[in-house]
Design a protein around this ligand. Sequence first.
Ligand code: NDP
Ligand code: 8X3
Length: 251
Amino acid sequence: MEKTVLITGATSGIGEACARKFAEGGYNVIITGRRAGRLESLRAELEKAGARVRTLQFDVRDAEAASAAVGSLSEEWSRIDVLVNNAGLALGLDKEYEGSQEDWNIMIDTNIKGLLTMTRLIVPGMVERGSGHVINIGSVAGDAAYACGNVYCATKAAVKAITDGLRIDLADTPVRVTNIKPGLVETEFSRVRFHGDNERADNVYKGIKPLTGADIADVVYYAASAPGHVQIAEVLVLATHQASGSVIVRK
Ligand code: NDP
Ligand code: 8X3
């Protein structure tokens, strides 16, 4: 039977790689994000390869827009089997007492409240249908704070607690809940974090072979493909020369 995945933040990085992976696996794919042009070009690429695709352009921080977007799906497309809550970002790398309140608000509104909005919109249908899987993209940053990571790390610690809470609340249903926690993945993440300072962003990946979006998509897809009685609760995925959020060996 055909399955449908909805991926937030599919215009770049991990989300884009997940869209490709699920499309290759035969899923109907709903790709979302704010950048309409990126959504359209990915849709064209995936459709050319034979996939069925829908695009939803909205900002996950705007609960009304998210609700309208999800509500615009036809009955067929609204039967979402897998929700990948991936949209997220870090902004800044500053001491907590020197950080930008605006950056903090954007991270909290996107990484925590946006993820909750999507969960609240989509999980009731999964419960009603008696099947579904929520895969949240957490981070090694949620396991322990690292220097100047403060608020970003807190949002990913919140993703862990929210994921664990959802798993507990769904334990009497067949709906599965997973937290995938990547370490360093080379995407647009650091360009966004450093507000477009590409040189500083590139330095993050110097001297170490980082993970790619495709490496994480493989793990996400593995979790989604496990038999129905197998719930991959949490996976920490690190580059070989990264041992924790703050231990990275560069050569
Ligand atoms: P990218 O910057 O490459 O991609 C981020 C995606 O999130 C984009 O598609 C962007 O789409 C979307 N997004 C951001 N803000 C919003 C918003 N307000 N509304 C809708 N979509 C939004 O980074 P990554 O692929 O690396 O990041 C994906 C997830 O992985 C994030 O949650 C990040 O915290 C997490 N992560 C990343 C790691 C890394 O090292 N790269 C490691 C661990 C976790 P658009 O701009 O079009 O809206
Ligand atoms: C992204 C990984 O280590 O840059 O969550 O915070 S890290």
